[in-house]
Structure formats: structure tokens, C-alpha cells
Write a protein that binds this ligand. Sequence first.
Ligand code: ZN
Length: 137
Amino acid sequence: MERTLSTYEAKCRACGSTFAHPSLGDLTYGEMLFCSQNGRSYVAANGLSSFAQRVRHVLGDSQSKDFWRILAALTIQADGVPYTIEIRCPVCCAAELEYWDGDELGMVAVPDATFPDELLINEQALSTKISALSQAA
Ligand SMILES: [Zn+2]
């Protein structure tokens, strides 16, 4: 599955490059875009999916603030580059932006986030993985 989203201008504070990033806009509930750490790929994650609910359950209330960060880290990577909840500059990979959600620039197809089969079916594997990611924070 993928969806077509509008892209908007952002400017990197570190290298001064301007680039286009997709946005879900204001009409979405329970969804977030993840950006790869090199700024080159985006996926859309549904925080209400059954897998996302399992992740919430494993995290519990005390770690619920880490939910999106953990879900991004569990997403199957593009070209071996992990996903993050930040918009990253595709030129220098910095996360510090001068602005984002600027002028509308165009459209882009954004695929849905996918997760490893092992984590989808194996409760123990999911708990172990989340626990490792929580400690890395
Ligand atoms: Zn940059």
C-alpha cells in the first residue's frame, strides 16, 4: 500500500540546502511519517494497526512517550538505513531544520511502513527487541 502526499519545502540549518518533504497534513489521526536517517525515504505508519497496538502494550504506560520512536526503529529499513521520527536533510543527514512545512512543492508516493515477519508473529521476539531499543535511548 502507498498513498500520494503533498510535499513541502524545508531548509536545513546545518548545510543550508532546501528540499521537499511529504506531510500527512491535518486530516490524519493516529498516523505518522517516518524518515530514513539519510533523509532519502519516507514511510507512513499507522499507530492504530494491530501490530502498533501490540507495541503499545509491550511498552506500557511508563514508556508510552517512546512509542513512535520505537515503532520507527522496528520498521523494515530502506537500503539498510533505519527510520526516525525526524525529518532529515537528504544532503547532509542533519535533523536540525531552519523551517519545514513551507511552500507546497509537489506530490510524492509514500509507502506504508512494514515490519519484520518475526516481530509480527512472535511475542517474545517483539518484547526482546523493544527492550533493547528502550535501553538504547
Ligand atoms: Zn543539510
